[in-house]
Design a protein around this ligand. Structure first.
Ligand code: ADP
Ligand code: MG
Length: 263
């Protein structure tokens, strides 16, 4: 579904701040795969998402999504193919629009670009049903400004917005990191439910190794703009947090004993 081939990105080239954020990165993700991504601060995780979503163009390499070369496709043209959720629950929604309005805007954007019409009654009830399926009672708050919801509720709505129409790819960038532990757990459970029920090809960045191993079907660790570790199948099933830390220590040539190294 996603094929990243030898992608590189250098920031501030030819200055003292020159930094190679992506270094000849290659990654193949099959349809329905749920990949969790870990790696230290500055490893290039968000930059990889920016390259996939088209927020930033890469210097070299190729990116294909579902057989289509998207390397130079404009960000807004990819928006109907890719759902993306950020750490900040304020990002990606319009705080002054109601929950219902935000969902309608997201729905219209995913069914195709430039559709300037009001949704039909049928479409409205489709949207409401998706919200009701979360079992958070948010369908009764369709007329509340989304800015008034708690962070956790907002990330739950954002998840629905990103998956109302099944995206070819869902990108989650530490989407629970800003939430309190209970809300984070609830949003992670919802993520797991929505992704597995709809078999959505997903990449999820997290700094929590436990969640990285609990959720998904494959875990990769990024380091210095590349993939240092790629674990799936039986090997992954038996892996503990300690094992991951050991692998990370080997990559970094240092010893770490807790997952703060990933913060
Ligand atoms: N727009 C930018 N301009 C300059 N440097 C950037 C930019 N975006 C990211 N970087 C740098 O690239 C490196 C990777 O960043 P990022 O992908 O955000 O890391 P993370 O793995 O923590 O998400 C960091 O050193 C960061 O400072
Ligand atoms: Mg990041």
């Amino acid at each position: 579904m996603l094929k990243i081939e030898s992608v590189s990105k250098v920031f501030n080239r030819n200055t003292l701040d020159e930094h190679r954020a992506l270094d000849n990165l290659s990654l193949n993700v099959s349809e329905g795969e749920f990949v969790t991504i870990i790696g230290g601060n500055g490893a290039g995780k968000s930059t990889m998402f920016n390259a996939i979503a088209g927020t930033m163009l890469c210097d070299s390499g190729n990116i294909e999504l579902d057989g289509q070369d998207i390397t130079y496709m404009q960000e807004h043209s990819r928006a109907s193919l890719i759902g993306r959720i950020f750490q900040d629950p304020m990002k990606g929604t319009a705080p002054n629009l109601t929950v219902g309005e935000n969902l309608i805007v997201a729905y219209m954007r995913s069914i195709k670009k430039n559709v300037l019409r009001m949704p039909s009654k049928k479409e409205k009830s489709y949207i409401r049903e998706h919200l009701a399926a979360l079992n958070l009672g948010l369908e009764d708050r369709m007329n509340t400004k989304i800015g008034l919801l708690s962070g956790g509720q907002r990330q739950a709505v954002t998840l629905v917005m990103a998956t109302l129409i099944k995206p070819k790819l869902l990108l989650l960038d530490e989407h629970t990191a800003a939430l309190d532990p209970l809300s984070a757990k609830s949003v992670l459970d919802l993520t797991n439910k929505i992704v597995s029920e709809n078999n959505i090809t997903t990449l999820m960045i997290t700094h929590n190794i436990t969640s990285a191993l609990d959720l998904g079907t494959r875990t990769i660790m990024m380091d210095s703009g590349n993939i240092a570790i790629d674990i799936k199948g039986d090997e992954r099933k038996e892996l503990s947090v300690q094992d991951v830390l050991q692998k990370f220590s080997r990559v970094k040539n240092k010893t770490f004993d807790d997952d703060n190294v990933l913060l």
